[in-house]
Design a protein around this ligand. Sequence first.
Ligand code: PLP
Length: 411
Amino acid sequence: MPTLASPTASPVLGTDLPDAHGRFGAFGGAFVPEILHPVLADVREAWEAARDDPEYQTEYRRLLRDYVGRPTPLTRLDRLTERLGGATIYAKREDLCHTGAHKINNAIGQVLLARRMGKERIIAETGAGQHGVATATACALFGIECVVYMGAEDIERQSLNVKRMRLLGAEVRSATSGSQTLKDATNEAFRDWVSNPTSTYYIIGSAIGPHPYPMMVRDLHRVIGEETRAQLLEQTGSELPDAVVACVGGGSNAIGIWAPFFEDEGVRLIGVEASGEGLDGRHAATLTKGEPAVFHGTMTYLLQDADGQVEIAHSISAGLDYPGVGPEHAYRASTGRVEVRTATDAEALAGVRLLSETEGIIPALETAHAVHALAAVAEEIGAGGTLVFNCSGRGDKDMATISAHLFGDEG
Ligand SMILES: *Cc1c(COP(=O)(O)O)cnc(C)c1O
């Protein structure tokens, strides 16, 4: 049985959550095999030192600027605002990051940390391959060995991303156990880490997993929200919007844009989960339909069947197709600070079309779930209000799926 890693009290700076045990209220913690307790403690200590070290921060910020292309723009969407007829809508353009989504912010920050810790090898697991590509990219940038675990089934389904990773110099290892998908790749990655704890650093790709990952991944994406505040101030005269909308898979793009707004009670924070074929069918709406459970090293909400087995999630977007969610999301949703909504596969496809036609921005299918929620939220806020949504990624990677659904065989 996995056990809770013994905590060593350490001050957590910058925010009061999580506590020293990595807990967000009843959620979070570090439920891992005993052998990984000291390994996680090393990562936590290294992260807490790096986060407060000007040298690390300067290097991280330099790479975000000169390699990732930050700050990303905050774009006022005039035609979409007019079409929806309510609050003025702004998009935070993470789709313009190098590699096409927000994930690179985290991958670069963690590779920098691994180097600082003297690690010579990086491992990661990936489902759709987006986190694998971001990690392989950051490893190529530093010339560091990279092994990415991927379910055999996913290797088949996501062959373009597999080729990208190989081109970037990463080794893609097939996980052939179980359902041969993300969950099995995660198990293999943990097994690798247990066998190579000294040489190897494990990069987790969302605000999930055992402490300190949910905290660290949030802190690495916090730049999204910080830039948004500064850009809003410049463009509107106020750094506080009425609402910030983001899609939630594991929860990294959402927690990154929300983190600087948690204390601003007037700012509504709205997360959009994938309700797939509908909440009565196959879906990935973990905060809406899940139950508390330990999953991937943390206490969080999880989609389970009647026997308490992990349910296979479903979403048209691979990045939201995950049966768990980050523990801070479980906490923020349970306290009511974050409002949770859903969008189905069909609604996400309509969101792709809407943003493409009105603004010339083809969003990722994940992002399109947030686009779907904009109509209702813009109306609730009303004209004169301000609404920001996190445009987490671009849709090129999804064109085959999008065209098959929207144009059928003409695709
Ligand atoms: C991976 C991904 C997501 C979902 O991951 P989060 O950790 O919830 O942000 C959302 N949007 C895009 C474009 C992605 O690639």
